[in-house]
Ligand binder design. Structure first.
Ligand code: BGC
Length: 469
């Protein structure tokens, strides 16, 4: 009978018995997991190399040299924290569209008076506003209609727009979409002025009281919303369907009165990374091959698909032949980020949640305990790598902003992955500390509530006060 003694570094619990050997059925699985661990985990050296390469790519992008980081200026600095007033905020994200009336109250917590949320891709049928069957006019018509649901037409309101896609800004109020990500395919939008399209759609629907004055990336919105209440906030990051980070770059050397300007790095595009064969396959089969390589390793949109591909490709080595008959393993995106969260978060001793999931997919089969442990271990491996890679990118920002590690930093974060994936938030912090040497007193993580809406309202307030460029 085969036997395997797992390396101590893999710890105990779950798949790995305390101090013991693995025998029998689990040996093949253990071998696959150990190989995966080598491929999917980051050593200190690798982590630091990624951080250094990331900082170098930032410098290249900022200085017009070829780089996988776009480093897009946002034409906005730090809010004073005392901005006030009522604004309409629009959040065009990866899966939903939200419109809200947001009231900024100076130092107190912003108030969301009214909110309306609609899925861009309704599960129960209806138009899929992410697909190639929808064109630019239909999309903006739809957005204007959603605005009309919240706006009763009485007050004249300035609108701030959080638009979660890479856009080339020329001022706080104007930005052209560089290109879609997150598998969105709506035609005719790339290269167009986003708030120009929105203003035209509002005019077509005779909505005359709403004036779009600011358009920012969702990471910039997160940074503004964090900095509104915390002066030390200098990074804004989104870990959700997609992934990206924005930061304050020191521009005191330029001929402007502000000391810092927010830059959207489009960090999801970073590509000096240790890709596995599965990463390369997923990329080749995606809508935009070669693009968003970091995002495709870390973002919520892709964690289910990575898990599915790893399990599918390892099934024969592990004797998990049931996978051949289990439909979700044979469908692109057959496993979702929500499934991954359920696998990772299954804390029952017999992994009852995973057993229930299997039974639902393949009636009559709920997997052996070893198989369920294996599924959980693969999902954890994918999630841990995501957290470690994101932490390595943060270490890259910190290296640029504070190479001597002299200051305190606050990272404003928003996104479903950060909020809902078990072990993810702590995984980022631990990786930054254990692999990057930044302790939790120097770098604080602050989950920003409703960041896109609040940040969009702050951007509109700053535009009104003439504090944008
Ligand atoms: C987009 C970014 C965005 C991020 C998070 C990425 O796909 O390119 O602009 O900030 O998703 O929503």
């Amino acid at each position: 009978m085969s036997r395997i003694k797992p390396p101590d570094s893999l710890g105990t619990g779950g798949f790995w018995p305390a101090g013991g050997e693995i025998v029998g059925e689990k040996c093949a699985m253990a071998q696959v997991l150990m190989n995966g661990w080598i491929e999917y985990s980051l050593s200190k050296e690798r982590f630091r190399l990624i951080a250094t390469d990331f900082a170098a790519a930032m410098d290249d992008g900022l200085n017009g040299r070829p780089s996988s980081l776009q480093m897009l200026p946002a034409f906005v600095g730090r809010p004073a924290g005392n901005e006030t007033g009522k604004y309409l905020a629009l959040d065009f994200g990866g899966t939903n569209l939200r419109v809200a009336e947001v009231e900024l109250c100076g130092t107190k917590k912003p108030r969301i008076n009214k909110i309306h949320k609609v899925s861009l891709k309704p599960t129960g049928g209806g138009v899929d506003y992410t697909s190639a069957n929808v064109d630019v006019d239909a999309l903006f018509e739809f957005i204007a209609q959603q605005i009309a649901i919240v706006d009763d037409g009485t007050d004249a309101l300035l609108l701030g727009h959080s638009f979660s896609y890479a856009s080339q800004q020329t001022s706080l109020g104007r930005a052209k979409l560089v290109g879609w990500t997150k598998e969105i395919k709506v035609t005719g939008v790339a290269g167009q002025d986003i708030n120009g399209l929105l203003s035209a759609a509002l005019a077509r629907q005779s909505i005359g009281n709403i004036q779009p004055v600011a358009v920012i990336n969702d990471t910039t919105a997160t940074l503004l919303a964090a900095a509104y209440s915390q002066p030390e906030a200098d990074l804004g990051s989104v870990c959700g369907t997609g992934h990206n980070t924005c930061y304050y770059e020191d521009i005191s050397h330029q001929e402007v009165s502000a000391r810092v300007m927010a830059y959207n790095s489009e960090s999801g595009g970073f590509d000096r990374l240790p890709f596995s064969a599965i990463d390369d396959q997923l990329d080749a089969d995606s809508e935009y091959p070669g693009k968003q390589r970091l995002e495709k390793m870390v973002a919520g949109r892709y964690l289910g698909e990575l898990t599915r591909r790893i399990l599918l490709s390892g099934r024969s080595d592990c004797g998990m032949n049931f996978i051949d008959a289990c439909p979700p393993f044979h469908r692109v995106d057959g496993i979702s980020g929500i499934d991954v969260a359920a696998f990772v978060g299954d804390e029952t001793t017999d992994l009852a949640g995973i057993s229930f999931w299997l039974e639902k997919q393949l009636p009559g089969y709920s997997g052996s305990l070893a198989e369920r442990h294996f599924i959980k271990a693969v999902a954890e491996m994918v999630v841990n790598r995501s957290a470690a890679l994101i932490a390595a990118s943060y270490a890259g920002f910190l290296l640029r902003m504070d190479p001597q590690q002299r200051r305190k930093h606050v990272v404003g974060i928003n996104g479903s992955l950060y909020e809902k994936m078990p072990g993810f938030a702590i995984g980022i912090q631990r990786s930054l500390e254990n692999l990057g040497g930044w302790n939790s007193e120097q770098v604080l993580f602050h989950l920003v509530d409703e960041a896109p809406l609040v940040g969009a309202a702050i951007a509109a307030a700053m535009a009104k006060d003439g504090k944008g460029w």
